[in-house]
Design a protein around this ligand. Structure first.
Ligand code: BYC
Ligand code: FE
Ligand code: FE
Length: 473
């Protein structure tokens, strides 16, 4: 399963043995590169960036590190090793052989899921395209570009499936993935979160923590798919995803550490004093967290979903780490707390399969708590009393039973008037955004950090923090 780097499109799928597919992908390749130049990171295209590139799909030691100019990054097609005699792991077809081709009856569903997954990848690159100009350090600039090139590769992963398994409509969908654009009024990206602007680095860290983590859970669900090429593609994508969440987790931790330093130096935790010292006050960080967490919750879909039930029944999309569940048929039931009347909630019992989105969302919330505890431990160790909290999954929802239902961040139902009056204090205000944006000045001297963020504990791949991670051209 070595990756062939002598080909125009590096791959481990023996692309050279399928001329038609190879030609179709080589035709898409210049369109991708045009998209990268026009909607990928602005400028920096001739800078040398210390990037990792996949060289094998072996879970240990799959990456090579070295300086690369981004347009020369070797985007390619890498699938995890096949599993011998792989079987359908859940749903009505449990135990039958996994599918090496797309079953006709599931073709449009699979295509839709692959397109939705594929759409998020270039969307995130578009959202982040201006951030290079305000990176708080060369270390961070390198991490941004690492995330961007890998999201570009994730697009390749889905485009490969569309071209290889969905014929002409697959090729059309692959083109459409380059023509929808994040935030475009006429032709936006499919999922709401991927149309939100990411114009400063606090949002970037929140996004990589909360939204890339949705990526982790969705990819884990798709890695269970009976459609084996999809499962193998997603398995390998997950190995790249871990770094994206690391960037978010440690990024926020460093912001918190810097804020603590500033508060200790001035002896005050008054937000104005913190801001005057060029750091971000803790309540503002909480408001950004509220925004990106609640937006990312919607990415799991509706809490009661007949789509989710049929994905599961048909073996198309499973639960993350499906093997850890005892019952792969999931014929039980699930209690949902849903709004009732104007001010109450009630419990509704629905078939477990219809609640799969909620099951996965709950696992995601638990995973988010790990980061929260990490940041709170930093506050605690510094003897500070402030604690970050995750808002309730009912708060500010746009999808599912709680969509449009006014609640406080702790999930209490409140009147619409009270909600609208308080929402500006729960989410970043225009003033918060203007302040955070005002801090975004580029720092390009190796090892130096912007005023609002502490240095990382260590560099990348055993390099020192003051390594020249990007050689600016
Ligand atoms: N925004 O029955 P439901 C990543 C629609 S992130 C707008 O639950 P479905 C990454 C939905 O389309 C991972 N619309 O729907 C991260 C449906 O519409 P229709 C991305 C939404 O489709 C960072 C209706 O509401 N991967 O990789 O079964 C950087 C009813 O809902 C939204 C995937 O998403 C929304 N948030 O489930 C880079 C995996 N949510 O059909 C990358 C593939 C729902 O009634 N996608 N709707 O018109 C899926 O598995 C499913 O499409 C979803 C939604 C779980 C997203
Ligand atoms: Fe991705
Ligand atoms: Fe990612």
């Amino acid at each position: 399963m070595a990756i062939d780097y002598t080909e125009r499109i590096p791959n481990n799928v023996e692309l050279a043995s399928n001329r038609t597919l190879q030609r179709a992908l080589e035709h898409w390749q210049p369109a991708f590169l045009n998209w990268w130049r026009e909607l990928g990171p602005t400028d920096f295209q001739s800078s040398d960036v210390y990037l990792r590139t996949a060289i094998s799909v072996d879970p240990k030691g799959w990456a090579n590190y070295g300086y690369v100019a981004m347009p020369e990054y070797r985007w390619g097609i890498f699938l995890a090793e096949p599993e011998a005699d792989r079987r359908v792991g859940f749903g009505d077809e449990f135990g039958k052989p996994a599918w090496q081709q797309v079953p006709g009856e599931h073709r449009s569903t699979l295509r839709r899921l692959i397109v939705t997954q594929g759409d998020t990848e270039p969307a995130s690159v578009e959202q982040q395209r201006l951030l290079g100009h305000t990176a708080p350090s060369l270390y961070d600039l390198r991490n941004l570009f690492q995330v961007n090139v890998e999201e570009g590769r994730h697009l390749w992963a889905m485009v490969y499936l569309l071209h290889a398994y969905f014929g002409r409509d697959g090729r059309e969908e692959a083109e459409a993935l380059l023509s929808r654009h994040s935030g475009d009024a006429d032709n936006p990206r499919i999922l709401t979160t991927f149309n939100e602007p990411i114009s400063e680095w606090l949002s970037f860290f929140m996004f990589t923590f909360f939204t890339d983590r949705d990526g982790k859970f969705q990819l884990k669900s798709l890695a269970e798919s009976s459609f084996d090429p999809l499962a193998r593609t997603c398995k390998f994508m997950l190995t790249e995803e871990a770094h994206h969440m690391f960037v978010g987790d440690t990024g926020i931790a460093r912001v918190v550490r810097r804020t603590l330093e500033v508060m200790q130096a001035s002896g005050s935790d008054d937000p104005d004093t913190v801001r005057a010292a060029g750091a971000i006050d803790l309540p503002t960080i909480q408001r950004y967290l509220n925004f990106w967490f609640s937006s990312s919750l919607d990415l799991f879909g509706a809490d009661a979903s007949s789509n989710a039930a049929s994905y599961f029944a048909n073996g198309i999309k499973g639960r993350p780490d499906e093997k850890r569940f005892a019952d792969h048929l999931a014929l039980g039931s699930f209690d949902l707390e849903i709004p009732d009347g104007d001010d109450r909630t009630r419990t509704e019992t629905i078939p477990l399969r219809n609640a799969m989105n909620e099951v996965v969302r709950n696992a995601y919330v638990d995973d988010c708590m790990i980061g929260l505890k990490h940041w709170n431990r930093i506050l605690e160790a510094a003897g500070h009393g402030y604690r970050f909290t995750l808002p309730s999954t009912r708060f500010r929802r746009g999808i599912g039973s709680w969509a449009g239902i006014p609640t406080s961040p702790d999930g209490e139902r409140i009147s619409r008037e009270a909600y609208e009056a308080q929402l500006p204090s729960w989410l970043p205000s225009a003033e918060d955004r203007a302040f955070v944006t005002s801090l975004m000045v580029p720092v390009t001297e190796p090892g130096k950090m912007a005023s609002w963020i502490a240095p990382p504990d260590k560099g990348i791949k055993d390099r020192p923090v003051d390594y020249e991670y990007v050689r600016l051209a």
